[in-house]
Design a protein around this ligand. Sequence first.
Ligand code: NAD
Length: 321
Amino acid sequence: MRVALAGLGDIGLTAHLPALLRNDSVDLVRLVDPSPQRRALAASYSVPTGPDLDLDLAEVDGVVLATPPWVTPELVVRYAKAGRYVLAEKPVATSVEAAAAYDQLDDDQRRRVQIGLTYRHDPAIGQLATWIADGTLGDAVLVRAHIYDEPFRPDDPEHIERITATLAHGTPVVHEGAHVFDWLSHLLGGQPESLDDAWSQQTRPELPAANLVGARLSYPGGHRALVEFGWLTAALPRCELTVLGDRGLAVLDGFTFDLTLTTAEGRREVRFPGDRMTRCFDRQVQRFVDLYDGTRKAGEPSLDDGIAALRTAQLVAGRAS
Ligand SMILES: NC(=O)c1ccc[n+]([C@@H]2O[C@H](COP(=O)([O-])OP(=O)(O)OC[C@H]3O[C@@H](n4cnc5c(N)ncnc54)[C@H](O)[C@@H]3O)[C@@H](O)[C@H]2O)c1
């Protein structure tokens, strides 16, 4: 599969690029970014670089878009309409309204789009889904998702600038919520039935938006979720997901995805080989190849999954403001 990577920013260079190079079925043919500085950072990979892809499109079967969400919809539509397979980063847009751009795609173009809800691919999420579905933890469970990432690091102005710019396009729930609401609907058997409560807090007046935000949601089967997201404070609470039911407690470490299960029988730890990022990005690329060669009939996670996660995130952001 001849693949171009567009977007040579943080996640493009640190995760997508190495994962594409690790997959034997992928021939990485183009690296694209309008920024000469970002292209210069990719110069050592001996892959041709360029400011845009349009002239080289005949040479690629698929495009990986590691682009900001305010750029992604236009590129997805352009490349999917041109008959290319597209793996696009989450969130799929900055708002449900902006995601209306995807209405231009027909069913065949839509099925060729896979969304970078990368951590859905982790076997730890699969294990957690099994414990919830088979009653190991109880019947109705309470999920507490504490998603605290991106601390304020005064010695890293580039990081502060990037995260502050991202915050200007929406509170952390819009960006991180894409992953978390996708996990929750995957784990709890469907989209939330209701948003019961939401809140937000801005810890510094010069920030462009609230940097702490949270909500309470009800899911099918009587499951409940309490979610919290936070960025840009000097210290952050632990990042983890806990699932509590009548029969047990499962804890997913937010960074390693190591699992701990505690029940009346005792406590056990479940760890999967390799680091979470490599594991998930490798599985994600392989699913993209499977989509191209027909092993998979539609992108997974799909564009609809990406839009559903965005809709929940936007609902929370709106209620919390
Ligand atoms: N799946 C994950 O686990 C994960 C992790 C981090 C970030 N992300 C998502 O990935 C996206 C990128 O995040 P980032 O932190 O790398 O941002 P970033 O700002 O570091 O990088 C984005 C890059 O896209 C480039 N770009 C802008 N317009 C472009 C265009 N038309 N064509 C090609 N390149 C273009 C920019 O110049 C920049 O280099 C965001 O949507 C973010 O939410 C996903």
